[in-house]
Design a protein around this ligand. Structure first.
Ligand SMILES: [Zn+2]
Length: 206
């Protein structure tokens, strides 16, 4: 197997689990681009997302001491949002990834009762140890999306687990950027200091 594809598979596998929040959108765009270029499409999945309405505890009814009426937030359905996402499934190296293609709502043209989801709810990923995922994401940006790398790298800090090179370096740059260098030097006192212009209580003209 092409070693680049193999390495890319690993990088995305980890990066996908700890995407830098500061470049989330850019990460998904890069993932989409690289999967199309280096991955092999192996099929399609359909994911079903249904979010319950919090206002009425998914009952569809709002009630208090005086009255009971259909919940205004969900129009009495108990469902805050529901949609189906068509996902292209790709194989990249050892791993499988999904690229969203279309989001379908009940009122969408492409909706039909035949939609049979095979993924229910969001897929949750366990974050790898020591920010390894974030590290992999920065390497991907460095090699394949230099513009985002230069724009976002070092713009956020990591409070803990800085054990990998780019996470460490990014944190360092962030700290240096935030450091108030001016505080290191004695403050210049201006000759006509503003305090000269202040009135004391007794001198107040009114
Ligand atoms: Zn509701």
């Amino acid at each position: 197997m092409n070693p680049i594809i193999h390495i890319l598979g690993y990088l995305f596998h980890y990066a996908n689990r700890d995407i830098p929040l500061i470049a989330k959108q850019e990460f998904y765009e890069l993932k989409q681009k690289l999967l199309k270029k280096y991955g092999t499409k192996v099929g399609q999945d359909i994911q079903h997302i249904k979010k319950d309405c919090y206002s009425c505890d998914a009952t569809g009814w709002f009630s208090n001491e005086w009255k009971e009426e259909p919940c205004w937030n969900c129009m009495g359905t108990g469902v805050y949002e529901e949609f189906w996402t068509k996902l292209d499934k790709y194989k990249l190296g050892k791993f499988t990834f999904h690229n969203p293609v279309e989001r379908i709502y009940k009122h969408s043209k492409s909706f039909s009762e035949e939609i049979k989801p095979n993924i229910e709810g969001y897929i949750s990923h366990k974050r790898p140890k020591y920010r390894v995922g974030t590290e992999c994401a920065w390497w991907l940006f460095l090699f394949f999306d230099r513009k985002t790398f230069l724009k976002r790298f070092g713009k956020t800090g990591y409070p803990s687990h800085k054990r990998t090179p780019l996470v460490f370096l990014g944190n360092l740059i962030f700290r240096i950027r935030c450091f108030r260098w001016r505080d290191l030097f004695p403050k210049k006192v201006s000759q006509n200091s503003y305090s000269d212009l202040y009135y004391t209580d007794e001198e107040l003209p009114f």
